[in-house]
Structures are given as C-alpha cells and as structure tokens.
Ligand binder design. Sequence first.
Ligand SMILES: CC(C)(COP(=O)(O)OP(=O)(O)OC[C@H]1O[C@@H](n2cnc3c(N)ncnc32)[C@H](O)[C@@H]1OP(=O)(O)O)[C@@H](O)C(=O)NCCC(=O)NCCS
Length: 190
Amino acid sequence: MELAGLSLIKLTKDTIIKPFDCGDEDLNDFLVSKAKDYQRELLAVTYILENEERTIAFFSIFNDSLRVQEIGFASKSAFKRFLSKLVSHPKRHLEYFPALKIGRLGVCNTTKKAGLGTLIINFIINLAIDQNTHCACKLITVDAYDQSLGFYEKKGFTYFTETDKGKDTRQMYLDLTPIINASLEEQVAG
Ligand SMILES: CC(C)(COP(=O)(O)OP(=O)(O)OC[C@H]1O[C@@H](n2cnc3c(N)ncnc32)[C@H](O)[C@@H]1OP(=O)(O)O)[C@@H](O)C(=O)NCCC(=O)NCCS
C-alpha cells in the first residue's frame, strides 16, 4: 500500500526498523525489541507504516478468544444486556467470542491527529472482513490505554463493562456483524 510517500509493510525478520517515537516507551520498545520475536513465535503480526527516514506508525494484531465470563460485569443483568446486544437469539451456553485483537498501535508524535490511526483501524476492519470468509471472527478487541479511549470511541468501539472505568487500560470492542452485513448487502446491490 502506498500513501503519499508512505508504505505499509508487514514486519519480517529482515526488516530494518526505522526510528520511531509515539510518546509511549512500552510501545516504542515493543517495536524495536520484541515485535520480531512475537512474529517468529506466531504470537502477533506487526505492520509498519514508514517513509524513507522514519517509522510513522505500527500495529500488532493476533487472533483472540474473548471469554465472556472473564470480562467482569457488574451484575448478571449487565451481562445479559451485553449478550443480547451482540447475539440476536439468546445462546445460554455461549462462552467465547472469536475476535481479532489489536495488541499494540502507535502513531509517531509528529503525525498524530492526521488520520493515520483511522487509516489503520479501517485496514484492520478490512482484514477482519476478509478473515471472515475463511473463519468466523465477531469482534475486534483492544485493551485501550487511558489516553487513547477518545480515539477508539470515535472509531465506533464500545466498552465491555464500566467496572474497568478509571483504570490504566479499558477493554473495548467493535462488533463486526453490522459492518459485514452491510458490506454483503452492498455486494448484492452492486
Ligand atoms: C491513539 C492514536 C493511535 C490515534 O492515532 P491518530 O493518527 O492520532 O488518530 P486519527 O488522526 O485517525 O484520529 C481520529 C479521530 O480521533 C481523535 N483522536 C485521536 N487521538 C485521540 C485521543 N488520544 N483522544 C481523543 N481523541 C483522539 C482525532 O481528533 C480524530 O477525531 P475527528 O475524527 O473528530 O477529527 C495515537 O494518538 C497514538 O499513537 N497515541 C499514543 C499511543 C497510544 O495510546 N496507542 C493506543 C494503544 S491501545
């Protein structure tokens, strides 16, 4: 993918990682010292958006299985409300939701708020739509950093629960079902 001088590449063992600073030391460190190990061990695939001199953004994704019992709902009724929002017919024994997880996402300090985070989320949604033609995936999930909550809210993500409010990270999700249904309808109409 080319975007006005930017290239999106998938990390390989031979990739030379260019300088990067998104303002978060853990994310910076992951890209430089851990991403290749995760890739080799099949724990996360990392994509890099770069220009000739610098890494502009990166993200790491992996398959997830969201165990609903582990979310920590405040009450049984909150749990039931959550389930009825996600599945049209009550499935009492539903324990897991197949998901694609955004493990890490960072945009460099000098290009924040220029639409690159949005571009990346759209890219991930398209990957998930494609993945659904082979293997079911219902949610995109993220443990969102406190400072990024507003960004994910704007991208349509929802909180699983209010019990993690005020914590350093909050569990959020995007339901792919309406997105995929809309894209199927478009294909039929087109
Ligand atoms: C969070 C992050 C990925 C957003 O990337 P970005 O390229 O700046 O996002 P975009 O430019 O696509 O922004 C999309 C919208 O979200 C808003 N937004 C972006 N960052 C935001 C933030 N931190 N809080 C609230 N809103 C934010 C933008 O203003 C924009 O709003 P608009 O559509 O009304 O114009 C980036 O700020 C970042 O790397 N932060 C540091 C690392 C981090 O927190 N990563 C998340 C790990 S879970």
